[in-house]
Ligand binder design. Structure first.
Ligand SMILES: CC(C)(COP(=O)(O)OP(=O)(O)OC[C@H]1O[C@@H](n2cnc3c(N)ncnc32)[C@H](O)[C@@H]1OP(=O)(O)O)[C@@H](O)C(=O)NCCC(=O)NCCS
Length: 349
């Protein structure tokens, strides 16, 4: 009989703080579990990077550690997209492979499920990683685009707890250097680019673009709430990023007549040259679509990456399987599908 305890993790002030040990161990466990299920350490995070993400006051995150005989063997994450009054809680339950099929995942799930009910959430959502192509039998996304194997452990685990598939995202990889060349912008537009913080005079434009990132990409049947962004939130977001040791390369498309930014794309570059680069947001406002600005932004930032931060093996991006315009751009610059990430939803009422 396993002696299981579940306790909430107290977040440290910094990774150097005397009480940071459990957080650092939790990150190690997170990375080990992911490496087992995904088959690569390409998505591993450093403690500094995760601490920067979890210090976001706009997105509450609580972590719960499962210990067997004092050793951390799994974790659950309980996360709110924005503010405390959102209807949905995102949950993640992760167990080290050698401790699976003994009820630990169920115990952690019961713990976060109770919190969601206590908090009055009306739905829980979860994400899971799957290899491609999916083995039969499959569960097809309600969008009609993408599918996952019904017999994968996370599918079995989540379906038996009342979750249904809400959306399928494609994970794509591009080997570097990309060799991308920036095309000529369409008439009426030009490009601006920076590294790190947004220039002061572009903060309000970036606040609009960040807010639209929460409403414009297709969400399938995922509950994704509109976010409120102002200049202060952009500044705080970038200040947090400054603590994680990574470089952030941004390109933005400017509508010349109005002198406003109408799209942007940013890349997150780790300090270690053997780790892959991560594609962050890419958006072109509806009103300015159809001018090949998506391709312009992508190609321009890839070219900058080749020039400013050469040597990384690859870049990864996540896209909704039904987001044809974005997939078309990514396929054109050479991204190839390597896996899918599924989003699941469990309505609690
Ligand atoms: C999914 C996961 C958390 C399950 O953890 P676990 O400790 O093995 O879960 P439990 O022992 O409580 O299993 C509960 C039920 O899930 C289902 N299940 C879990 N793993 C399964 C597998 N490999 N094959 C088939 N069913 C499985 C079964 O219905 C199981 O009940 P049973 O053992 O009585 O048949 C674990 O596989 C994991 O960490 N995966 C990676 C992270 C992830 O994808 N999490 C899911 C999204 S939140």
């Amino acid at each position: 009989m396993l002696m299981l305890t579940i306790e909430e993790l107290a977040l440290p002030e910094s990774i150097g703080a005397p009480d940071a040990g459990d957080f650092i161990e939790m990150v190690r466990i997170r990375n080990d579990i992911e490496a087992y299920d995904v088959g690569t350490r390409d998505f591993a995070v450093e403690p500094e990077e995760l601490l920067a993400i979890v210090s976001n006051p706009y997105e509450l995150r609580r972590f719960f550690l499962a210990r067997v005989d004092g050793r951390i063997v799994g974790r659950a994450v309980y996360q709110l997209q924005g503010g405390l009054d959102v209807p949905t809680a995102w949950v993640s339950v992760e167990i080290l492979p050698e401790f699976r099929r003994q009820g630990l995942g169920s115990a952690l799930y019961t713990h976060v499920h109770a919190i969601a009910l206590d908090d009055g959430r009306t739905a829980m959502q979860a994400e899971s990683f799957h290899h491609v192509p999916p083995a039969e039998p499959v569960i097809i996304s309600p969008t009609g685009f993408g599918a996952v194997s019904a017999d994968d452990a996370p599918s079995r685990f989540l379906v038996s707890r009342g979750f249904r598939l809400a959306q399928v995202n494609r994970v794509s990889r591009l080997a570097l250097p990309s060799g991308a060349q920036t095309p000529e912008p369409a008439a009426g537009y030009d490009l601006e680019a920076w590294e790190g913080s947004t220039p002061q005079h572009r903060l309000s434009d970036m606040a609009v673009l960040h807010a639209r990132m929460s409403t414009d990409p297709p969400a399938g049947e995922v509950d994704w709430q509109p976010e409120t962004w102002d200049e202060q939130r952009v500044v705080e977001h970038e200040r947090r990023r400054d603590t994680d040791g990574r470089r952030y390369l941004t390109v933005a498309a400017r509508h010349i007549e109005s002198d406003s930014l109408v799209g942007f794309s940013d890349l997150s570059v780790p300090p270690e040259v053997d780790r892959p680069v991560q594609q962050e947001d890419t958006i072109v406002l509806h009103e300015h679509r159809g001018h090949r600005l998506g391709m312009l932004l992508k190609a321009a930032n890839l070219q900058r990456l080749d020039e400013l931060a050469p040597g990384h093996p690859a870049i990864y991006t996540w896209n909704a399987e039904e987001n044809r315009p974005m997939l078309t751009v990514n396929e054109a610059v050479g991204f190839v599908p390597v896996a899918v990430e599924a989003s699941w939803r469990n309505d609690l009422n």
